[in-house]
Every structure is written in structure tokens, then in C-alpha cells.
Write a new protein. Sequence first.
Length: 391
Amino acid sequence: MSRNDELTGYGRHHLQMESYGAAAFCFYRAIKENEFNGNAWNGLILSLSLMRREEEIRTTLARFALQPGLDFDRDLLTFVFMMWQQNPRALAEWLRRIVEFNGIPEKDKLAFTEIAEDAERAYEDLVAKYGAESLHSRGMLTLEEYAARPIQLDWLLEAPVDTIYEQLQWWLEDKDSALSAVRLLCMLPDTRSEKLLRRVCRNVAIEPKVRTHALLALRWLGVRGNAKLYKFNESFVIDLDNPKPELTISVPAVYKPALDRVKLWAAKEKGLVTPEVYEQYASTDEVQLPPEIVEKLDEAEVPPLLQEVSHALIRAAHDEYYPLVPTISGTRQWSAALLMLMKDYAVGIGEEWAYGEPEQDETAKQHRNWLLSASPDFYPSIEEVRKLKES
């Protein structure tokens, strides 16, 4: 087995162990040694996605498409359509490039060409409405511009390691850059990374959310066993093999029933389910709803932006208060709290709110206030978005 194959194998092993930072490091090194290693490209993009590094995913996808001689990888299509759903220009360019790749079936070439043509027309319509310069200033970049942007792994493999750690020490002492340092350390497999991250977990001078991310970064680095987290004037021992409560950068699974009830409310307001059906399921904490109800939730089509608002609020509160986070029961009240905040956001930025007036009992209001306590910039950010839209 070649060294390049070994690096890719280590990456896959770390990926299976949920050590996503260590996996990304291995895959990136494998690509630098052999840019035609499609397995490593696939693994790097997957690793970055599991760490929610959206901008770096876009850059890596662009570099992949601009690398001649690679084989077609169907697994990447999901990422492409997700990452560039708001940028038809880059989407069209990516698809135009990919039809030239090795091993792509003729029927896929035709399908991707048609999608690219549709995306190009969509971009032309946007240019006619807003102007090319305005769109570019809002982040609608070309594929080449995405590919040219640096990602953190570029620096990690190009700079002297001592220089990197010296810089990271400075970043950790700065409130505005501490989180970036933590998220970078998880991709630098070295005993010094583990030592620094453990210190962050115990450092009360660092924001609580960043301390939670440091704990997660240890896990992504490949560290297992116990780690100490100091919060709320108390020391907690967290088992990194099986952290309890759930330690994640995504929405914790315990919130799924509440998020389903948000969609159930939307389905009721759209007339997709009757008030009686809503009452039947909203008043329970059942994790799994019947298939026919799940189908109605999908039909409700709650706008992705509003769903992301609720997800961001949940993640922020979870990061702030971990491990002293609530056990989620009474999902009807939790969903009502989320609906209140989603409505405030939609109305605040000048968008339509088509889901009526959310239920407002005292428990729901308490949940809303708890979520807001970890996001003090929620309403100021709404005002900023509104001003941007009006400008």
C-alpha cells in the first residue's frame, strides 16, 4: 500500500470514529500528494460538511471541479446543490465542468447540461434585476474565485508548525478570534492541540460557547476518554467516547419532536391537517410520527430560512449552557416558543408570515426567553437584515 493510500485509509478510519478534524487533515494531505485521489476529495468534503464548514466546502468543491483528470463522483451532487442553491452562477459553472469528468454517463451529461442552462438563465434574470456588480458584492462569486480563496488547511500544511501554535496562542486570548482558533485546532493532530483545547475547556475567561466548542474539537481531533469542562462555577467530567448530553455542532436530536411540531403547526395553518389531527399529535412527545403525518409535514414547506433561524437559536443555547441543558419534554410548548421567534424574524425582515399567531402559554414564553438568553443579538440582527434588504 502506498503512503497516499495509507493517508486516505487513516482519513476514512477517523471519519468512522467521528474524528472529523483529524480526518480532514489526512484527506487534505493525501490530495496535496496526489491531486487525482478522488477518494480523498470525497472524504475531505464529507469531513468539512460534518463540521459545518460551509465556506470551505464551497472552496473545496470549486477546486475539485477545476481539477482536470478526476473521475465523476455522484456523492458530491448533494453538497453542490445545497451549497450553491443561492448562486446559480457557480452552480452552472460547476455542472459545466463536471460533464467533462471521467466516467460520467451520457444521460447524466444531458441532465446536468439542462440544469446548467436553467441556472444560467436564472443568473441572467438576476443580473437584469440587480446588476452583475451588485450580485458579486453580495457574494455571488465565480467558480475560480471560490477556488482561489484560502481555507484553514492550506495554512496548516504550508506554515511552520511552531509559527501556527504561536499564532493560535494569540487568537485564544482574543475574544473575537478564540472560536476560530478552537475550530482550527481540531484539524491539527498534535499533542499540543490537545493540551491547548483542554486548557480552553477549563478557562473561565473564555466564553462558555467557545468552551463547549473546545470540548467538541477534542472529540473531532480524535481524543477519547474523559475531559473536564468548567462552567457555572463547577467542574464537569465529560466522557468523549459517549458524551452526555449529546455533544454536536448540529441541532441535538432531542429537539426533533419539537421541530416536527413546528411543521405540524404549519401544516394545520395551511389546511393540510385538521385541528383535531394537530391536537392529537401536538399534545404528545412521540419521537416518531406516523408516515402519513410526516408526509404532511413535508408538504407544509416551512421556508428553509425560517427553519435555520430556529436551528441557530437552539444550537446557540445548547453551546452556551452545555452540559446543563434542559431535557426536552412538552414539545408543544417548545414548538410554540420556536414559532414565536420564527414569526418575529419573518415579520422583522419584512417577509410574509403565513402561519397564524403561535400559541403563547407561560411555559412556551419561558422556553422562548431561555433560547433568546444565548442569542442577545437576535433582534439587532433582524434590524440589520431589514436595513440591508431596504438598501
